[in-house]
Design a protein around this ligand. Sequence first.
Ligand code: UDX
Ligand code: ADP
Length: 463
Amino acid sequence: MRIKNICCIGAGYVGGPSMAIIAKYCPDIQVNVVDINPQRIAQWNDKLLSNLPIYEPGLDKIIQKCRNKNLHFSNNIKQQIENADMIFISVNTPTKLKGIGAGQAIDLRYVEASSREISKYAKGHTIVVEKSTLPVKTAQTIKDILDATTKKNISDNKTFSVLSNPEFLAEGTAIKDLENPDRVLIGGEDRIAIDALVEIYSKWIDKNKVMTTDLWSSELSKLIANAFLAQRISSINTISALCEATGAQIKDVALAVGMDKRIGRYFLNSGPGFGGSCFKKDISNLVYISNHYGLFEVANYWQKVLDINSWQQERFVELIVKKMFGTISSKTIAILGFSFKANTNDTRESPAIYISKKLIEEGAFLKIYDPKVTNQQIELDLQVDNQKNLNKNWIFCESIYDVFEKADAAVFITEWQEFEHLDWLKISNIMIKPSWIFDTRSIVNIEKVKESNLNIWQVGYGY
Ligand code: UDX
Ligand code: ADP
C-alpha cells in the first residue's frame, strides 16, 4: 500500500516537527496537519518564521522549504480526514484532573474525540497511527471506537488499521532526533499497514533501526523508556545533595560513574528536577497501572522517582531562603530561564514554575528572563493560586542584563547557552550587595563569579 496523503491531527510539539520531517523526506506525499485551535494554525502559517508556535532549532528552515508545497496547516479537519490514507493522532494526553485516577491516570478525551472524528469522516481504508505522547492502551481505545463505527455502518465500506508509533523525540533536539533516531518503534497486527509506515521511514532511516512489535508492547516501551530516563535524573539529583553535604563534586562523580559503559554518560546532569510534558505524566501513569494490577511494590518504587523530583525543587527554595539570612521578604530575585529545558519555549511542568511560585509566596519580588518564553506564557503559568495574586509580584525582562538590575539574588533554572558567557563584573555592579547567585544547573563560570565579589551556590558542590 503506497501512502499519498497523510493527515496529522494535532499541530503541537510532536505533530508539527514530526510531520515537517516526513514532508521533507517524502516529497511525493502530501502532509496535512490539522488542529482545532485556529490561532495555533495561523501561527504555523505565519510568513514570519519567528512566529511559529513552537521554538525548535532547525524547524523553521524545514517549514520554509516545505510549507504550502507538500506540508499544509489548516483547521479543516473533516476534509483532511476524508482525503487521508494514513492519519496520525498527535493530540495532547494530559493527566486526569478529577474523577477516578485523578492526578495519575491519563485523560483520553482528546484522543477519543479525534477517533470519533476519524470514524465519522474517513473514507475507504485508513491507517490510523497513534503518536500522542502518552500511549497506554490508547491504541485499544482508538480501535474500539473505530471498530464500533465500522460494524454499525457496514454499507460505508470503511475499514481501519490501527498502529502504535510512539515518538521518542526530545524537545530542543527534535529535528536531530527525528532525522537520526536511535530506533523507530511500530506496534500493530496488520502487516500491510506496518509495511506502509516502514516504507515512509525508510526514506531517511536505516530499516535495521525500525522495530516492530504488538500494540501494547510498543506503547509500554515508550512509557518505560521515559520512566528509566527520569529515574536517572532522580538518582543523580539525590547524589547532588550528598555531594553538597560532603564536599564531593557532582560533575566528576557523574563523569566517573558514566564512563562505565554499562551505565553510560548521558542523562546524568543534576539540576532542578525534570520538567516537560512527559516524565511526570508517564511515571504517574506507571504508578497508576501498577496499583491497578495489585503490584504495589512496583508502584511505590516508581512513585519515589517523582517524590525525589519534587524534593529537589523544595530543598532549593529552602536553601535560597536560608542563604539569604532566613528571609526573602521584600527582596528582589532574578529568575534566569523559564522553559523546562534549553532550546524550547515549552514551560509544561517547568521547575521554574514551582520555584517562582514558592519564592513569591515567601515574599520575594521576581524579575524573570527567558530568551524564548513569552511574558503571556509566564502569566498563564504563574496565574492566581489560592486567591493570592502572584502576578503582582513579578515582572518580565526583555533583556538579560535588566534582570540583574537591583536584584539581591539570581537563580539560574534553565541551561540556556547564553547564560554560560556573562559579564560578571557588570552584573556585580548592578546587583544589590551582598548578592547571591544560585546556579541550579552548574552552568555558570564559578571562578569568574567569585572574582566579581558575588556569593555563589551551585547544585552538587559543597564549599
Ligand atoms: C523526553 C524524552 O527524552 C523523549 O524521548 C520523549 O519522547 C519525551 O520526553 P523531553 O521531555 O522533551 O523528552 O526532554 P528531555 O531532554 O528528556 O528532558 C526532560 C527533563 O529532564 C528536562 O527538564 C531536563 O532539563 C531534565 N534533565 C535531562 C536533567 O535534569 N538532567 C539530564 O541529564 C537530562
Ligand atoms: P504534544 O506535546 O503532545 O504535541 P501539544 O499540546 O503541543 O501536545 O499539541 C496537541 C495539539 O492537539 C494542540 O494544538 C491541540 O489544540 C490539538 N488537539 C487536541 N484535540 C484535538 C482534536 N480533537 N482535533 C484536532 N486537534 C486537537
